[in-house]
Design a protein. Structure first.
Length: 412
């Protein structure tokens, strides 16, 4: 605990969170790339040819994306300036997460049963749902749903906890998650399920808030890049030459030591490099949740028609060109879908909104002992209109709605 004693008790000054829009836009492409190459990494391993090493390297280089998504969600949801009314926060999240979770679970259970595995009677949809991961990407919704339930309690850390307490809590949760991942993967002891899957990710969620306002110095930027590149290199080599079943799965896991280091470094670097500009990515971000939900429905049929690549050019096509193509197709579909009243809800856009309310113009109050903003009075805090939520308002960077929505865009 000695390192924690050197951490200042006060939080750093708040910074703009507008960089999170382009960060999440980049991260969703990385997620699509992981899914585009996942089968290639698994099935092309036998010969360990150049095609597999390229796929392995790209897969390893994208592994930071999911933890960064969770860190950004925590950075927004745990902000004390966004209010502290649990019932309103949770009811809003039912619309944003609960309805998509139920709908897309049904869609992907049917997709897997009748398209991907029509003759596989060994697969049990009910058991798949109870694992909290009924399809390749849906576990993220189950994780986010579980973290949402604990958010009102975690937010007490940012409202009343010292900087040291926030760091300590985040690191303890992260350490428990890493230990659980190591024990379950290496020794096959225990397995995540619908009730526990989110707990291992809670460390990322809390540390997203703790690290949110850290601005790297020039020397720290260099160190972060070295950490990121070094972690990707170790993941790549570990997956190929590590012990056990090949390819060695553990280094790919989001809570393996190398991916944890890469994720923390990527989070800080995205903050550093995306603080200004990237207007196109700000406009793309509102459709990234739809890309997350839809892309397997496009990816798997197209890849089945194309076949798995067995050459380096083929792997590069599936690593860089096809993920962008899948992303653009799904973004266009989402753009049309969210305009249809009956369809909006399954894309997380069906919650009630107040189109006439505007955010307060005054700056958030601060306390003398803590430089984090103090929550606005929950009885008077305004709602953010739909137009403002799309990043088109002139809201100051630190003025936020009373109830956070980590899936909505931040105003640049």
């Amino acid at each position: 605990m000695a390192p924690l004693d050197r951490i200042p008790t006060e939080n750093p000054p708040p910074t703009s969170t507008a960089w999170m829009n382009p960060a999440r836009a980049i991260a969703i492409i990385a997620v699509v790339a992981i899914h585009s190459l996942g089968t290639v990494v698994e099935e092309n391993f036998a010969d360990m040819g150049p095609d597999w090493w390229v796929a392995n390297a790209v897969d390893s280089a994208c592994r930071w994306s999911v933890p960064v998504f969770i860190m950004i969600s925590g950075a927004l949801a745990l902000d004390p300036n966004r209010g502290s009314r649990p019932r309103k926060f949770l009811s809003k999240r039912v619309w944003r997460i609960g309805i998509p979770l139920v709908f897309w679970t049904v869609v992907y259970v049917l997709f897997r049963r009748y398209y991907l595995q029509p003759g596989d009677d060994s697969w049990n949809p009910g058991i798949a749902i109870l694992t909290g991961s009924p399809f390749v990407q849906l576990y993220f919704l189950y994780v986010l749903a579980g973290l949402t339930l604990l958010t009102p309690f975690f937010r007490l850390l940012s409202v009343h906890g010292s900087r040291r307490l926030q760091w300590g809590t985040g690191l303890i949760f992260l350490g428990i998650g890493m230990l659980d991942q190591w024990v379950s993967t290496v020794f096959a002891v225990g397995e995540a399920n619908i009730a526990t899957r989110f707990l291992t990710m809670a460390g990322f969620y809390i540390l997203g808030w703790v690290l949110r306002d850290i601005v790297l110095s020039t020397r720290a930027v260099v160190s972060a890049w070295v950490s990121l590149i070094g972690s990707v290199a170790v993941t790549t080599l570990w997956a190929g030459f590590g012990p056990g079943e090949k390819p060695w799965i553990f280094p790919y896991e989001y809570l393996s030591p190398v991916v944890v280091i890469a994720s923390l470094a990527a989070y800080l670097l995205l903050h550093h490099h995306l603080r200004s500009g990237f207007g196109f990515l700000h406009r793309f971000y509102p459709y990234s949740f739809g890309v997350f939900l839809l892309h397997p429905l496009v990816l798997y049929p197209v890849r089945n028609e194309m076949g798995l690549p067995t050459t380096v050019p083929g792997v590069l096509l599936h690593a860089f060109v096809m993920p962008i193509a899948y992303t653009l197709i799904c973004a266009v579909v989402t753009w049309f879908a969210v305009k249809i009243p009956g369809v909006r809800a399954v894309f997380g856009e069906g919650g009630p909104r107040n189109p006439h309310a505007r955010p307060a113009a005054k700056s958030p109050r601060r306390t003398a002992g803590n430089t984090r903003p103090v929550p606005e009075n929950p009885r008077t805090a305004p709602e953010v209109s739909a137009t403002e939520a799309r990043g088109l308002s002139v809201e100051p960077p630190h003025t936020r709605s009373s109830d956070p929505d980590p899936l909505e865009p931040e105003n640049p």
